[in-house]
Write a protein that binds this ligand. Structure first.
Ligand code: PMP
Length: 442
């Protein structure tokens, strides 16, 4: 199918949903228009909604589905595991295999602990850094998203009204009632502002447990970190005994060895999630053996007890193992090529028409911005209501033309996609520029 507004079945289901969920949905990130599209099934790179409309899926459940939907090796592994039981209080051998794969592949991952979400991975990485250093404060990047742990949520939603001076960004609350003590314990840095990072990390260094950074924050515009910024963060952190946490929950998918390896970041701890669960919920904390020892309970109560009813559950582990085993060098080469086709094609479509838009991203990820020059950080990537509306129109246009495009988050490609799928994205985007000229003309 091509051309879809929200169909009648989706509308009817949403009416029911509004009676049981606060706004009719169960997560704030669900896109709606005003109703969401209810999905009936996903196969490969395509989604089918309950009205039987088909969409090329550029969301991939927020970048988690690197092999697309119902990837056969994952389905087979899950089918086998479901028949043997879904969760036990005892460990299974498969968890070792997934941990071994991560330790072999991802630099600086010497020990691993599995949890169920990226949020939990970040939460335990921050706690691990606290337990290791005996300090409580954390430094993080303004605008960077790391899940729902309070300390990691500070300044995620900073706006021009409250983000403060560029040299000393304010710690802003994410929700009404967020404890002031949390704001006091978070130092906010600016992505790619080398001097600012050096100064703030030196000044607060003695009280910081960790600095957490995503090497390419999606909300920072999905642009590459400057090498001197990465060097300044890690050098200043090390001089002050501050641990470096790389949040790779999203960006691990950038290469066989993850994202830190690409950008010269040498972390003490790495948080992972999304792709390592093969489409099931997962999170993982990995890192240096010396730091990961805070979790070691072999001699009694560890410095940091970490449990979780479903941590390392065999479904997430076996699905993740099947997905990760198929993410070999050839798979990453294919993803890089697809990413190139989209970024290059969209870039050409923009320059041909001299449109005031741009595209950023790397590997299998991309973001389109309603501005002529690529944003360098979250302040430049911030959208006021006019440009936000343009992005929403772009998202709607993609949906009407059979492509599910996350207009306010990173778009992602999967190994299930073909070159024709990537070219479709470029074509639809060109169609948008032609039919919405009045919206994007500078
Ligand atoms: N960190 C980053 C960088 C993320 O992108 C996300 C999720 N988008 C998280 C943490 C939280 O992961 P989860 O949604 O699995 O809790």
């Amino acid at each position: 199918m091509v051309g879809s507004q929200v169909g009648q079945r989706s509308k009817d289901i949403f009416t029911r949903a509004r009676r049981v969920f606060p706004d009719g949905t169960s997560r704030v990130t669900v896109e709606r228009n005003p109703e969401p599209l209810y999905i009936e099934r996903g196969i490969g790179s395509y989604l089918f909604d309950v009205d039987d409309n088909r969409f090329l899926d550029l969301n991939g459940n927020f970048t988690a589905l690197i092999h697309g939907h119902a990837f056969v090796p994952v389905v087979e592994a899950l089918t086998r595991q479901v028949q043997r039981g879904t969760c036990f209080a005892n460990p299974t051998e498969s968890e070792i295999e997934l941990a071994e794969l991560l330790c072999h592949r991802i630099p600086h991952v010497e020990r691993v602990r599995f949890v169920n979400t990226g949020t939990e991975a970040v939460l335990f990485a921050i706690k691990a850094a606290r337990a290791f250093t005996g300090r409580s404060k954390v430094a993080k990047l303004e605008g960077a998203y790391h899940g729902a742990y309070d300390w990691a949520e500070v300044s995620v939603a900073a706006t021009p009204d409250n983000w403060g001076d560029a040299a000393a960004p304010s710690s802003t609350a994410f929700y009404r009632g967020m404890p002031a003590s949390v704001l006091d314990e978070v130092v906010v840095l600016r992505f790619n502002d080398t001097e600012n990072a050096r100064q703030l990390l030196s000044f607060h260094g003695h009280s910081l447990a960790a600095v957490i950074l995503d090497p390419m924050p999606s909300r920072g515009g999905l642009t590459a970190p400057k090498p001197e910024f990465i060097a300044a963060v890690q050098d200043t952190a090390r001089k002050n005994g501050v641990l470096v946490i790389a949040d790779e929950v999203l960006n691990l998918r950038q290469s066989f060895r993850g994202a830190s390896a690409l950008y010269g970041l040498v972390p003490d701890l790495i948080t992972m999630g999304k792709i390592i669960g093969g489409g099931l919920p997962i999170g993982a904390i990995g890192g240096r053996e010396e730091v990961m020892r805070v979790f070691d309970a072999s001699a009694g109560r560890p410095l940091l007890p970490q449990g979780g009813t479903f941590s390392a559950n065999p479904l997430s582990i076996t699905a993740g193992l099947a997905a990760m085993k198929h993410l070999d060098h050839a798979a990453f080469a294919k993803l890089d090529e697809l990413g190139h086709v989209v970024r290059d094609g969209v870039g050409r479509a923009i320059s041909k028409r001299r449109a005031s838009l741009c595209i950023t991203g790397a590997a299998s990820l991309f973001r389109i911005h309603p501005m002529a020059v690529a944003p360098k950080d979250n302040r430049e990537a911030y959208l006021s209501s006019g440009p936000s509306k343009l992005m929403k129109q772009l998202g709607d246009f993609f949906v009407e033309n059979g492509v599910m495009f996350p207009h306010a988050a990173a778009a992602s490609l999967s190994t299930a996609m073909t070159r024709a799928d990537a070219e479709l994205v470029v074509d639809v985007f060109g169609g948008f520029l032609d039919s919405h000229r009045e919206c994007w003309k500078a």
